[in-house]
Design a protein around this ligand. Structure first.
Ligand SMILES: *Cc1c(COP(=O)(O)O)cnc(C)c1O
Length: 366
């Protein structure tokens, strides 16, 4: 048996007729950039998140970058985010002209430890980017309380958390703004790069829309130098077809996570912990295991695709040498970075496939 890390083909097969015809509608209408398919999806996604506005952009990275700019974060400002995240979170801060201050995570949730956020605040700090890592919401009440106390902006990095909840609120509805990615392998994935900014602020939404479209006010009138970071019509159409199915797919991921929890009992590993405040939507099912690199390779030899998210924390990447944060700076992040292993996870994964994954892991761990 072979179990891929993700299987985008089986999902496509299950929605092929609907997606194909909607793509052909876009082509027939020549609604290639922006346009009605994008607008309908933006409205539907804002409503889904429980927020007022959503502005489609070209990627999750652009969503983070342009949201920061629209919030007024820029040169001289510091932005606090997680040491254990995808590089895009930190890149966006730099792209906006600000600089990153990293914070260690909590060993149970893998999300930023709110107590450490407060310690990292300086008089230059303007914003916090909590990352809802792996599909589990960060402890937003605690983050928002620190932010309120110190008058800081909050931008949710919800790239891995489409449809996840914190208490009864959807991710994307709690910060001043939120950035989502629709990279194909995300829980809600486009058929190419795509992203969106969600916010309750009319001002931020309008500003993002302008920045993503060359700083354009109308027609040939450009208020500022902006970017070409618009959402494609085809992506808007694909996302529009897929959004009504997202809750069902997330529920299947949650069921698959529950099956893994059972199947992996008794092995010398740690399964992911779901926090009481979170409805985890398992973008990734991440275990902790000793000798991770060897285990990953051995699983690969048995036909099981595993991933690592993220084996090198931000501050230890060559790209961030300039932060001058040597090994030891964020101990929890560094410890788990050596042990994290992401098991195959996608809505269509079968119980049989999961049993094979668990059996292989059992054999590999001896
Ligand atoms: C995927 C991801 C991004 C970037 O999104 P892209 O659409 O790939 O640009 C940002 N942050 C996190 C946490 C991600 O997982």
């Amino acid at each position: 048996m072979k179990v891929p890390f993700v299987d985008l083909k089986s999902q496509y097969q299950s929605i092929k007729d609907e997606v194909d015809s909607e793509i052909m509608n876009v082509v027939g209408d020549c609604a290639f950039v922006g346009g009605p398919y994008v607008q309908r999806f933006e409205e539907a996604f804002a409503e889904y998140c429980g927020a007022k506005y959503a502005v489609g952009v070209s990627s999750g990275t652009s969503a983070l970058h342009l949201a920061l700019m629209a919030m007024g974060v820029g040169s001289g400002d510091k932005v606090i985010t997680a040491a254990n995240t995808f590089i895009a979170t930190a890149e966006a801060v730099t792209h906006a002209g600000a600089s990153v201050d990293l914070v260690d995570c909590d060993a149970a949730s893998f999300n930023m430890d709110p107590a450490l956020i407060e310690k990292a605040i300086t008089d230059k700090t303007r914003a916090i980017i909590p990352v809802h890592l792996y599909g589990q919401a960060a402890d937003m009440d605690a983050v928002l309380e620190v932010a309120r106390k110190h008058n800081l902006l909050v931008l949710e990095d919800a790239a891995q958390a489409q449809g996840a909840k914190y208490k009864d609120r959807r991710t994307g509805s709690m910060g001043d703004a939120a950035a989502f990615s629709f990279y194909p392998a995300k829980n809600l994935g486009a058929y190419g790069d795509a992203g969106i900014v969600v916010t309750n602020s009319r001002e931020i939404a309008d500003h993002v829309r302008m920045l993503a479209n060359h700083g354009r006010r109308t027609g040939t009138d450009h208020a500022v130098e902006g970017y070409n970071a618009r959402l494609d019509g085809i992506q808007g159409a694909v996302l529009g077809v897929k959004l009504p199915k997202l809750d069902g797919w997330n529920e299947k991921r949650r069921q698959a996570a529950g099956r893994y929890d059972e199947l992996l009992k008794g092995l010398d590993i740690a399964t992911p912990e779901a926090m009481p405040y979170a409805m985890h939507i398992y973008h990734l099912y991440v275990i902790r295991v000793k000798n991770r690199d060897k285990v990953k390779e051995a699983m690969g030899e048995k036909g099981v695709g595993c991933g690592m998210h993220y084996p090198i924390p931000i501050h230890l990447l060559d790209a961030y040498k300039y932060l001058e944060k040597p090994a030891g700076s964020y101990p929890v992040t560094e410890e788990i970075a050596n042990e994290l292993l992401s098991l195959p996870m996608f809505p269509e994964i079968t119980g049989e496939q999961q049993k094979y994954v668990a059996d292989c892991l059992g054999q590999v761990l001896g």
